[in-house]
Design a protein around this ligand. Sequence first.
Ligand SMILES: Cc1ncc(COP(=O)(O)O)c(C=O)c1O
Length: 420
Amino acid sequence: MSLLQRTIFTGFSPNSTGTHVKIALSYLFLPWKWFSLRKGEALEETKQKILDYFSTPHAVLFDSGRSALFFALKALGVGEGDRVLVQAYTCVVVINAIRWVGAEPVFVDIRDDYTMDPNDLKQKINQKAKTLIIQHTFGQPAALDALCMIAKEHRLSIIEDCAHSFGVSYRGQYTGTFGDVGLFSFGSDKSMSCVRGGAVIVRDAALAKKLEEMERGLRPSSWVKIIQHLIHVPVFFVGKATYGFFGFGKALLFLAKFFHMTNRIMYKPEKRGKPVPFYPRQFPNALADLLKGELNTINTVNEKRKKISFIYRAKICNSSVQHPVDDVSFVPLRYTVRTKNPERLRAFAKTYSIILGDWYSQVIAPQTCDLSTFGYTQGECPLAERIAEESVNLPTERHMTEKDIARVVEMMNAYTDHPV
Ligand SMILES: Cc1ncc(COP(=O)(O)O)c(C=O)c1O
């Protein structure tokens, strides 16, 4: 990695902007804003923007997507002894939410486009199945027509997991509006971010009431966590900008993480299937303020993601690398390619000062999770297992310049490995 070349990141809070930094610093340093760290107008304004965006009657905000999912399952009456159908090739926090309501996850295999295979779903449904989680992985809409039809036949409630697909449409309609619940994440690496946050949208008034009551029953986010999330914004902004500058930014990010000054996407107990004491909580006003403006720009940001992916598809020509399935409605949060040796490709990319992503390197990610703890048996979802072993994410983030995109293309074309 060059000591001076600007580093291109895939994750590392890709959505942070100068505006976010200004907002975060204002909450940290202007004493009169301290009164609105937890409660304030931004909460209602953000919620209204989400309602307007989806033309939906109800939205409830939570501290994260995983908390939103946990309460969505509870509100749908999922509990002890129930089964929840979920695709393999997902994040451990999704599986935790299912297990923490007392239900059992049933893993469904995926298709080449990284989303649930309707044929395998049919095989896996049984009497105890109560809910289907449809994940639009990396911004690729799942086969909603087929999946919703199967769910209807078997009277399953549907949660659409749109953690990667805010503003992505399927047959002209936004993902998140097909099922009983649309679930969104505003975590630091998601479609739009406020460091940490989540939401559900629902049409049914009774379901909305239950969710609102659950949210009202939660404690507010702790001051420490709110401050940590606000500090995260300028630290990542400076850390990334200076990452390649004699390692200054790298050291800054390392130290900030070491001293718990920045957000962690996931905590160690969660990787072992255990909850953490400081969540779930209510969504804080200061983070809603960070999120509010994101709703004005998400469509432009998504267009940019698409444009970058068109360039990758057209210009990356390497027999060692398989492109994702070509679908016009795909808005790649990460452009995920397949290759026989992902670690080798990631290491090669570093020599170009490019840090590629590792979503999802295991059927229940991250790789350090013990699959048996989460009820997954090796061989259950063979295609998901193979794809997980071959996945590498290329960046599609909003700040990429033409030169950055060209550098990624150059690196990908220079890479050599055995053909897939
Ligand atoms: C597919 C998917 N769903 C839901 C979530 C939960 O989102 P959050 O990180 O906001 O809890 C994640 C998180 O990484 C995810 O990858």
